[in-house]
Design a binder for this molecule. Structure first.
Ligand code: SAM
Length: 285
């Protein structure tokens, strides 16, 4: 007989579970539990989850999003840092055979060993205090991830999707757009969570590219250039890049060869321009 599961994504069910297990949402662990079934459905739809899809969920909490994923037929591995929660999840998700709860810290766990070599999707309502390190860890490890669909603070999503020229455009924009095609898919108000966060949230969908957006011989140099250019945003590119410790003349020549005016500010450079400058400099090393 098939089990019928009560839906976790409501204020009542969430309060009931928290009380029953004597839990308090931990601010330190970024715990804001989803209580809005429409948003859970929206996340699962944005991730285009079909039956049999392998999904890594980061921070399942009491299992709200996990339930939505499991109902859509996903095979879920969920990594949770809070030691109190696996026992709770064993009950709230009892009967969902295709869910595996892994206690641990997503920043320390060996994700490749956990997920293997077959493609998988990442779906999460991330703890906001470590959004950027988690995303960068997922992307830089070149894991077989096809997409990342996650709740993030609205302001962080705007930085991830920003185009050259604006004040939101920075190292995070370049890094995320180098590896993925990000788009904001859903606005989520504070009342969709318990407790309500002080910031606005959005769901962002990042389709991971099969090849980076631009081709560079020396990725480390590319990202060093990007960081230096944004490190001193108010300076001209020529001045900001001095921190790289390269010869002035060599930098000037590379900028000229890449057709980039040294008087420009770093924040106006597109990924293609950063790549072209990186290629000029790497060919001289
Ligand atoms: N997915 C649940 C939901 O949507 O209601 C909970 C989301 S809550 C914003 C973030 C979750 O991530 C919490 O359960 C928290 O304990 C967990 N968490 C925090 N830091 C973590 C880490 N480094 N590794 C794994 N989980 C973490």
């Amino acid at each position: 007989m098939e089990m019928i599961h009560p839906q976790i994504a409501s204020r009542e069910a969430t309060m009931h579970i928290l009380q029953a297990f004597h839990l308090h949402a931990s601010k330190r662990l970024g715990q804001n539990f989803l209580i809005d079934a429409t948003i859970v459905r929206g996340i699962v739809e944005a991730a285009e989850v079909v039956s049999g899809d392998r999904v890594l969920e980061i921070g399942p909490g009491i299992g709200t999003l996990t339930q939505g994923l499991a109902e859509a037929g996903a095979v879920v591995t969920a990594v949770e840092l809070d030691k109190k929660l696996p026992a709770v999840l064993a009950e709230t998700l009892a009967g969902y055979e295709q869910v595996r709860i892994v206690p641990g810290d997503i920043l320390k766990i060996d994700i490749r060993a956990l997920m293997g070599d077959e493609p998988f999707k990442v779906v999460a309502n991330l703890p906001y205090y470590i959004t950027t390190p988690i995303l960068m860890a997922l992307l830089e490890q070149r894991l077989p991830v096809s997409s990342i669909v996650t709740m993030v603070q609205k302001e962080v999503a705007e930085r991830m999707t920003a185009q050259p020229g604006g004040k939101e455009y920075g190292s995070l924009s370049v890094a995320v757009q180098y590896y993925t095609e990000p788009s904001i898919v859903l606005d989520v108000p504070p009342r969709s969570f318990l407790p309500a966060p002080e910031v606005d949230s959005v769901v962002i969908a990042c389709r991971v590219r099969t090849q980076p957006a631009v081709t560079v011989k020396d990725e480390r140099l590319f990202f060093r250039l990007v960081r230096a250019a944004f490190g001193q945003r108010r300076k001209t590119l020529a001045n900001a890049l001095k921190t790289l410790g390269m010869e002035r003349e060599r930098l000037a020549q590379a900028m000229e060869a890449a057709a980039i005016d040294p008087g420009r500010r770093g924040e106006t450079l597109s990924l293609a321009e950063f790549a072209s400058l990186s290629e000029q400099l790497s060919s001289e090393i």
